[in-house]
Design a protein around this ligand. Structure first.
Ligand code: AZC
Length: 825
């Protein structure tokens, strides 16, 4: 008998000395260089890998604990993730920053200097992608067994630059220097089919089982990034798929005869699938490639989920007990048909049983109310690209409509409205309908959103199946958006509350409520805000060349450019301030800095023109000595998660001014309020819940609510009548029309004026007066420094509810029915 040999497992030490030794060893053996000759990127990569090693250890233990417990897993399917920078997060989560600082100092480099190489993976457009990242963070923090699935886009969301004030998009080659945070896992690759034909199974009497022969196959290669929990040992993963040509794709024969381009044709075609993120967060792009991306994500992920299920389980009866899949909006909804196909065609499960498993496995989160954002795909495209899936959709719809007809005998109107297929000149598949039909739970992302979904967009479904509808109000991770973004405020909070427990129990911020009445605490609070503003001012000057006054009211509007979000309304307010200063330069004005941040979809011309107008107004304001004394307008380009972390801690006023009934939730509103900014906002999305919690006295409310907006639209909204009735509004619009922001050229911004006076789809003009008056109240409130600070403290103190930990707990309790698995140290 041989003696058992201790199994080799490398564990990292947990002292400064260990860390330093690993760092030097990694620099030498991993990076292949020495301290003397290391470049900035060498230093960054080495540090990243050394920190990462600490997480690998935890990940290995997490995987072992999960294997032993064989729990129910949450699989989060999302076409987008905005993870943000990883270095600071992982330093915090491994508690190694305290070592890195002195070591770096010894070596004569600063953490800040290395951090510039920490590129954020921009694999998403906006709110939905960032929400996915917050939820993953909270799932790990709460020890929920979970895997996020997504696409490893070669090019993420474009980099925004301005040329003559106009948005110019540049590719985001985020992996150019390599990504130290990811692990390729080629062994888990999957093959994905497209196109081709289907054949009946002669042995299947029901005709529901078929055989699909794809016309094209592509390889999906996964890599994963670690998703650590805070204050716990759990490290989950996010698995990202990249498309590769299958091995046979390289045409050696063609290459041999000099047809070099043709020889790699199939490779290029295949790899295009994960080439680029679609930089559009609202309108459906009728593009085959986008549908291919969606199916690619789904096909790879479902096979991976099944592979994981089979590591510990067999048979299909128990599948839905071990697997719960959350569909993040409609992008991954084709998964419903893919799981049916896998079960019925490939694993021989009967249709009814397969349907029961499928329905119990999926849940769907809707993130919008805009009809144009609800995806539909042409039947003809699906028939060509995914012929078997189209057949399955017809079958699902057939059985579903039988149910509808049974519930509403003789009512063909309701059948037409609810059908998964939208009839018309071009028949289309309604992905949201497919999602609801194929899911156990459907949820909206804020109370008002869920209510409006049930009353309007998905009304028929909410009537037929009320038990399927849930609300889970969004949240944000306090680790990234308070502790990491705002270390000064975090220190003050911790001092006041006694410990850092609030980081995982955010409702403990309530404890600050009494401190709000302590003048010394308020002074300290102001001091933090001021220091944050000084830092922001330096960053803004570097990126825009414009100097801003850290004592001015920092008024920020940071979010994607969209008509419904109403940057145009904010601009009308800015122009009104300009006009007032011009009319009376000697009066006193509350000094303000208005900061815009955000991208417009490259094809969204109206919003790109608005971006140009913001920049043009900024130019006029900042270069006019009289106006610039009271007002500055800045627009640092390329707003992203990293920049959000800079701006949010320095904000005094948070602009949340969407037309009521249009913003599903908002999450920037939560991040800003949590950092002590006061909100000026409409009764829309999560603003309502923020106001309920912070108190009406600590929130600047204005404008129509959703019923009033709907009523005005029904009564025949005429923006012109508002324009004519309000002198200041007329002057603001006329100022744009006069060419004052285009060196006298009236044509440049004429489309903006026409849109306002013509349709004004989101009724900015109707809310203008209420908004401007409310801004006057804001300015007035600002002059009472003590009162403002008190309101600011109370905003932070009362926003504990908006932690994504609470959001995840609600998903767990209402929808996922999963339990945590603790990982021992
Ligand atoms: C956004 C919503 O617009 C925003 O209100 C919400 O807070 C966020 O999702 C997270 O739920 N939607 C998107 O980013 N994108 C789409 C396609 O809706």
């Amino acid at each position: 008998m041989t003696e058992a040999r201790p199994r080799l497992r490398r564990t990292v030490g947990d002292s400064l000395e260990d860390f330093e030794r690993d760092l030097i060893s990694n620099l030498y053996y991993q990076r292949g260089t020495t301290i003397e000759s290391a470049s900035g990127p060498d230093g960054y990569h080495t540090l990243a890998v050394t920190v990462r090693d600490r997480l690998v250890d935890r990940y290995a233990r997490t995987a072992a604990a999960h294997y032993a417990a064989n729990p129910r897993f949450v699989y989060y399917l999302s076409a987008e993730y905005l993870l943000g920078r990883q270095l600071r997060q992982n330093l915090l989560y491994t508690d190694t920053e305290r070592w890195v600082r002195p070591i770096a100092e010894d070596l004569g480099v600063s953490l800040e200097a290395l951090e510039v190489y920490d590129v954020e993976p921009g694999l998403g457009n906006g709110g939905l992608g960032r929400l996915a990242a917050c939820l993953l963070d909270s799932m790990a923090t709460l020890d929920i067994p979970a895997v996020g699935y997504g696409i490893r886009y070669e090019f993420g969301i474009f980099k925004q630059t301005f040329r003559d004030g106009q948005q110019v998009e540049r590719p985001d080659d985020w992996t150019f220097y390599g990504n130290p945070w990811e692990f390729p896992a080629p062994d888990d690759r999957q093959l994905v089919g497209f196109y081709g034909t289907t054949k009946a199974d002669p042995k299947d009497p029901t005709g529901l089982k078929k055989h699909w022969v794809p016309g094209e196959t592509v390889r999906g290669e996964p890599s994963h990034m670690l998703v650590p929990g805070y204050g716990t040992q759990t490290v989950n993963i996010i698995r990202l798929w990249q498309a590769r040509a299958s091995r046979e794709s390289f045409d050696l024969a063609r290459f041999g005869v000099g047809q070099y381009v043709e020889a790699v044709d199939d490779i290029v075609k295949a790899e295009n699938i994960s080439k680029v993120l679609y930089p559009d967060d609202s309108t459906e792009l009728g593009r085959e490639l986008r549908l291919k991306q969606q199916y690619f994500l789904v096909a790879c992920s479902l096979r991976d989920i099944i592979r994981r299920y089979r590591l510990r389980n067999s048979g299909w009866e128990g599948f839905a007990d071990k697997v719960v899949i959350q569909l993040n909006d409609t992008h991954p909804v084709v998964a419903v048909t893919e799981l049916m196909r896998l079960l019925v065609d490939e694993h021989g499960v009967g249709w009814d049983e397969a349907w029961s498993i499928t329905r119990r496995t999926f849940n769907y989160t809707c993130h919008t109310l805009l009809p144009e954002a609800l995806e539909t795909w042409p039947v003809r495209l699906l028939e060509r690209l995914l012929p078997r899936h189209m057949e399955i959709i017809y079958a699902i719809n057939h059985f579903f409509l039988e149910e509808v007809r049974a519930a509403y005998p003789g009512d063909e109107d309701v059948v037409r409205r609810m059908s998964v297929i939208q009839e018309g000149d071009e028949r289309r598949v309604r992905m949201a309908h497919l999602a609801v039909v194929g899911s156990t739970a459907v949820n909206g992302v804020a109370e008002l959103h869920t209510k409006l979904l049930a009353e309007t967009t998905l009304h028929d479904f909410a009537t037929l199946w009320p038990e399927r509808f849930h609300n889970v109000t969004n949240g944000v991770t306090p680790r990234r958006f308070l502790r990491m973004a705002n270390p000064r405020l975090s220190t003050l909070i911790t001092e006041s509350l006694g410990d850092e427990g609030w980081l995982t129990d955010l409702e403990r911020l309530h404890g600050l409520g009494t401190a709000a009445d302590d003048p010394a605490f308020r002074a300290a609070w102001r001091d933090v805000k001021r220091q944050n503003k000084v830092e922001l001012a330096a960053a803004v000057e570097r990126s825009t060349g414009v100097l801003i006054d850290p004592d001015a009211l920092a008024d920020v509007m940071i979010k994607r450019f969209h008509e419904y979000k109403r940057q145009q309304l904010k601009l009308l307010h800015v122009i009104t301030m300009v006009n007032r200063i011009r009319a009376d330069p000697q009066a006193t004005y509350v000094p303000r800095t208005v900061l815009f941040g955000g991208k417009a979809a490259p094809g969204y011309h109206a919003m790109k023109l608005l971006i140009q107008l913001v920049n043009a107004v900024a130019d006029v304001v900042n270069t006019d000595p009289v106006i610039a004394r009271h007002l500055r307008v800045v627009f640092p380009p390329d707003y992203n998660v990293t920049k959000a972390q800079f701006v949010i801690p320095a904000a005094d006023l948070s602009e949340q001014i969407s037309l009521a009934g249009k913003e599903a939730s908002g999450t920037g509103n939560m991040k800003l309020a949590l950092n002590g900014a006061l909100t000026i906002g409409t009764l829309d999305g999560a603003n309502i819940e923020i106001r309920d919690r912070v108190g009406a006295d600590n929130f600047f409310l204005f404008g129509m609510d959703a019923p009033a907006a709907a009523a005005l639209r029904r009564s025949g909204y005429s923006p012109r009548s508002f324009y004519e009735a309000d002198f200041e509004l007329r002057l603001a619009v006329d100022t744009i029309a006069s060419g004052a922001f285009a060196k006298g050229d009236r044509s440049v911004f004429a489309p903006v004026v026409d849109a306002m006076l013509g349709r004004d789809e989101y009724m900015a003009l109707a809310d203008y007066r209420a908004y401007v008056d409310c801004q006057d109240t804001v300015a007035e409130a600002w002059t009472d420094t003590e009162r403002w600070t008190r309101m600011s403290v109370l905003n932070t103190a009362r926003c504990g509810f908006f932690s994504s930990d609470r959001t995840v707990r609600e998903y767990c309790a209402q929808i996922w029915k999963v339990d945590p698995v603790r990982v021992s140290p």
